[in-house]
Design a binder for this molecule. Structure first.
Ligand SMILES: NC(=O)c1ccc[n+]([C@@H]2O[C@H](COP(=O)([O-])OP(=O)(O)OC[C@H]3O[C@@H](n4cnc5c(N)ncnc54)[C@H](OP(=O)(O)O)[C@@H]3O)[C@@H](O)[C@H]2O)c1
Length: 313
């Protein structure tokens, strides 16, 4: 699989990232097999957050690393900002915290759970309404100087907020994680429906896609198979019957499954986005890993887009 330089940095990363949000329930053996399969297929980058599984995902991954995977062969990224999140999704005590002390404490916890000396990339998980960018800048400097974090990025920030944080921090922000997929293509809907009265014209991200291309920021598309906000997976969902049929047809033409087509659809976009996949099923993972070999024609790409229910004005 081709690698890209993340946000123009020296991090050479695969276009597919293995998301580790759902690994808490895997056995150690299954996880080891899963990571090995991912690496054999070309994945070299793994996505975490301090809150995934209440910390258990990082802990499990750290243990898996000790079974023969060389730290320097992979890139590990993690995120912080969300406090009092529970694995069960109870949001009653949750809040966001991008204070200097919380960022520094979070990284110490992340490194301990992952049992590693450094993160290749730290991202701020969500914008904190009370964030003070000077504090973020001080935290980033400390983390970089101590060697605990090599590079920095954001997650779920819009283009304007991206500029806002970038103005204060010395390190180039190289990535932004945003939900994106065939059933959640808001970033491109708003571009193609500009100034129309249609719902798709709503600009929810401040033009992040164009911002990323203009400023050499890598977009990492999360939850690529989902629709809504974790409302479900498009695969085999009767609400997405036409989409499933079209992805199957296109998949047959390219000799891959529709799982690979859904990811190939994201990779076909010339912004060179990465796709963070979250499957814990190793067979599915192997199917999805065929995506980078598929080059969808423009006609196929639009056919899939429209089959998901999106319109062209
Ligand atoms: N920055 C953020 O705010 C943010 C938010 C959410 C996620 N993320 C990152 O993005 C990663 C991916 O998120 P996600 O897990 O929601 O993404 P996803 O890849 O869209 O969804 C994976 C989930 O869908 C299930 N699934 C069922 N049928 C499937 C099929 N045919 N093909 C593929 N998956 C199928 C998987 O089950 P099986 O395990 O049985 O395959 C798994 O539970 C996370 O691990 C995390 O690293 C970041």
């Amino acid at each position: 699989m081709d690698k890209i330089k993340l946000g123009g940095s020296d991090l050479d990363a695969s276009r597919i990232v293995l998301g580790c949000m759902r690994i808490a329930g895997m056995t150690d053996d299954a996880l080891h097999r899963h990571i090995s399969t991912a690496m054999e297929a070309g994945i070299n980058i793994f996505d975490h957050a301090d809150i995934y599984g209440g910390g258990e995902c990082e802990h499990k991954f750290g243990k898996a690393l000790k079974s023969g995977i060389k730290r320097e062969d992979i890139l590990i990224q993690s995120k912080c900002a969300i406090r009092n999140s529970t694995p069960e999704g109870d949001k009653s005590g949750e809040y966001y915290d991008l204070s200097k002390s919380h960022i520094l404490d979070s990284v110490d916890g992340i490194l301990e759970r992952l049992d590693t000396e450094y993160l290749d990339l730290l991202m701020l998980h969500r914008p904190d309404a009370l964030m003070e960018p000077e504090e973020i800048a001080e935290a980033f400097d400390r983390l970089q100087e101590s060697g605990k974090v090599r590079h920095f990025g954001l997650s779920n920030f819009n283009a304007r907020q991206f500029d806002f944080v970038q103005k204060y921090v010395d390190q180039k922000l190289i990535t932004n994680q945003i939900q994106f997929g065939v059933a959640a293509p808001h970033m491109i809907n708003s571009n193609m429906q500009t100034n129309t009265p249609f719902e798709g014209a709503a600009n929810r991200d401040g033009g992040m896609l164009d911002y990323a291309r203009l400023n050499d920021v890598t977009i990492q598309a999360w939850s690529p198979f989902h629709y809504g906000y974790f409302d479900g997976i498009v695969m085999d969902d009767p609400k997405y019957k036409t989409l499933n049929e079209v992805m199957e047809q296109v998949g047959e033409a390219h000799g891959v499954t529709k799982n690979a087509i859904a990811v190939a659809w994201i990779l076909r976009h010339p912004a060179n986005m990465q796709t963070i996949i979250g499957t814990t099923n190793t067979d599915r993972l192997s199917q999805i890993m065929k995506a980078p070999d598929v080059s969808l024609s423009r006609e196929e790409w639009y056919q899939i887009y429209k089959a998901a229910g999106h319109m062209l004005p």
